[in-house]
Structure formats: structure tokens, C-alpha cells
Design a protein around this ligand. Structure first.
Ligand code: PEP
Length: 263
């Protein structure tokens, strides 16, 4: 269902009226995790200044350590809905299990399936039936073929509003959190009609790599990027090292084309 053999033209997916697909460059930005109304609104304002038309933010956080911040849960979803009302930015947020799909779908404009859950077939089937567009991140240990088959699980339930997100894979390299597999972007676009975006924040895991990896994503023809921003990364409860700060916003907006280059 998601292959270009089935559907030759590349698809455009609409998220709360915002298109993702060929001929557009969609920027999704916001905090890694929703921590408070003030932090989320400040991050959403930064996201808008960077050129974002969709707000990201995790209310349910699937953390490697069970002792790490797990998110605000439904209270976080309410914060996202309030910030959407204030800014007009549709909301992309993660759902971590099949039992939570209806709740998250009642607040979100797009359901995110994270890297750790790409192989969670019950969750894929549940989001396939939820009536919302889905952002499907690549598993950090998944081949492109496995990633596309995960999308097929969603499509099989009748939902073809799927956006693929390359977010880095695990390699021997430890200087970055994961290795951005830039070749996966044009490859997935050739094999599938679905839009493909890049997450330069979670792949590198380092603020200074976000701008160059964004440029790399644009150079290979990604249909969008998803970027973490935070008003006070030193106090962030989750992944502060990769969050862009106020001083980075002009550079990223210029790279994305919202601001003209200075020369
Ligand atoms: C996220 O985008 O909040 C996230 C946890 O990403 P990933 O699943 O790619 O690690």
C-alpha cells in the first residue's frame, strides 16, 4: 500500500491543514518534552520564529531509564492543546502504547510512533485505526525495509496518512547519539510514496550538529525536519544537550529559507 509500485505519485499528507510532502518543506519544532505551560509556550514561540508550522512535544516519554522524566501524561496533552489554541500550531505528539491511542488522538493532530516502538505491531495497528495522521520514526536498529513494513502495518488498517522520519541508527560511533543515515531519505522516497522527514536533534543528540544535519537533510531532498528547541536547555528535563536555544533560531530559519541569507 505504501510502495510506489502501488501509487507512483508522491503523496502529500495534511496535518491540521499543514501539508507535508513534495514541493514543500515542513518544519516541526518544539520541546523534546512538555514540562510546563510556560516552557511549552516559550518553545512554541521559538518554533514559530524558526519557521515551524507544526508543534512537537512529548507528554508521554519513552525513556531508556525508568528513573528518567517520563512526561506529564494527560496533563501534558492539555498543555499542548492550550498552546495550539494560543499559537495556531497543530500538535504532533508521541503515543507509546496501543491502550493510549484514543486518549492521545483526542488531543493531537498527528500521532508520533517513536524509534523504540517502531516494531510494536499492536501500536502500529491501533494508530492505523485512530483517524489521525501518523509520524513513524525509524527504529534505531531497523533496516529501511523493516521501517517501510512498519508503515505497511499502519496502512493496512486503512490509514495512508503516514510520514516517515529518519532519526538516526545505532552504529559503532559513540561521538553522536546515533548516526543519521542520510541515504535512507532518498531511498525511502524512491521505494515509498510517503513523505520523508529528518530529525537532526535526536539523531546527533548534540546542539552544534542540528544546523549542519538540517542542511544535509535539505540537500538530499527531505520533505521536512523535526527540531527540538527549549527556552532554557540547561534546565530541560529531557535531552537539553540537543535543544536549540534562542541564539540558534536565526541560523536555522535562514537555512530553512524563512530568512534570506545575510549576503
Ligand atoms: C522524540 O522525538 O521525542 C523521541 C523520543 O524521538 P525518538 O523516538 O526518535 O528517540
Amino acid at each position: 500500500l505504501i510502495s510506489r509500485e502501488h501509487h507512483a505519485a508522491r503523496s502529500v499528507i495534511s496535518v491540521g491543514g499543514v501539508p507535508i510532502g513534495p514541493d514543500t518543506l515542513t518544519v516541526i519544532a518544539g520541546p523534546c518534552a512538555v514540562e510546563s505551560p510556560e516552557q511549552t509556550l516559550a518553545a512554541a514561540r521559538m518554533a514559530q520564529a524558526a519557521g515551524a508550522s507544526l508543534l512537537r512535544g512529548g507528554a508521554f516519554k519513552p525513556r531508556t531509564s525508568p528513573y528518567a522524566y517520563q512526561g506529564l501524561g494527560e496533563a501534558g496533552l492539555r498543555v499542548l492543546a492550550d498552546v495550539r489554541a494560543e499559537t495556531g500550531l497543530p500538535v504532533v505528539t508521541e503515543v507509546i502504547d496501543a491502550a493510549g491511542v484514543d486518549l492521545v488522538a483526542s488531543y493531537a493532530d498527528m500521532l508520533q510512533v517513536g524509534t523504540r516502538n517502531m516494531h510494536n505491531f499492536a501500536l502500529l495497528q491501533a494508530v492505523g485505526a485512530a483517524g489521525r495522521p501518523v509520524l513513524l520514526k525509524r527504529g534505531f536498529g531497523a533496516t529501511v525495509e523493516e521501517w517501510l513494513m512498519a508503515a505497511e502495518y499502519i496502512a493496512q488498517r486503512g490509514n495512508l496518512d503516514i510520514v516517515l522520519c529518519e532519526r538516526g541508527i545505532r552504529t559503532f560511533e559513540t561521538a553522536t547519539r546515533n548516526t543519521l543515515d542520510i541515504s535512507a531519505v532518498p531511498l525511502a522516497q524512491r521505494l515509498s510514496h510517503l513523505p520523508v522527514i529528518v530529525d537532526p536533534s535526536h539523531s546527533g543528540g548534540r546542539r552544534e550538529l542540528v544546523l549542519p544535519l538540517t542542511r544535509a537533510a535539505l540537500a538530499v531532498g527531505a520533505d521536512g525536519v523535526m527540531i527540538d528547541v527549549h527556552p532554557e536547555p540547561k534546565r530541560a528535563l529531557c535531552d537539553g544537550d540537543q535543544a536549540l536555544v534562542d541564539g540558534d533560531i536565526e541560523d536555522i530559519a535562514t537555512a530553512i529559507g524563512v530568512l534570506a541569507p545575510l549576503m
